[in-house]
Design a protein around this ligand. Structure first.
Ligand code: ZN
Length: 73
C-alpha cells in the first residue's frame, strides 16, 4: 500500500505530495480529479495547532496548487 488515497474520487494509486519548506505541511494532489488537499504533519510541529492560522500560513500552498491547475474541494 502506498500513501493515502484520494478522498474525493475513487483513485487510490496516484497521490503525489509536495512538502513545504519546513516539512510541516504537505500538499497532496490527485491527477485523476485534479483536486488538492493540505495536511499538517503533527509530528513535525511542536506548538499548538490553530487551524485558522494554519490556513493563512498555507496560502502559498494554495497558490502553488492553483497555478498547477488543481482545485480545492
Ligand atoms: Zn482524486
Amino acid at each position: 500500500m502506498g500513501g493515502p488515497g484520494c478522498p474525493f474520487c475513487e483513485e487510490t494509486a496516484l497521490q503525489t505530495y509536495y512538502p513545504s519548506d519546513d516539512r510541516i505541511y504537505r500538499l497532496y494532489v490527485c491527477d485523476s480529479c485534479r483536486c488538492y488537499l493540505k495536511t499538517i504533519d503533527l509530528r513535525e510541529i511542536d506548538r499548538d495547532v490553530c487551524l485558522p492560522v494554519e490556513n493563512i500560513v498555507t496560502v502559498s500552498l494554495d497558490s502553488a496548487a492553483r497555478e498547477k491547475g488543481y482545485r480545492h474541494y
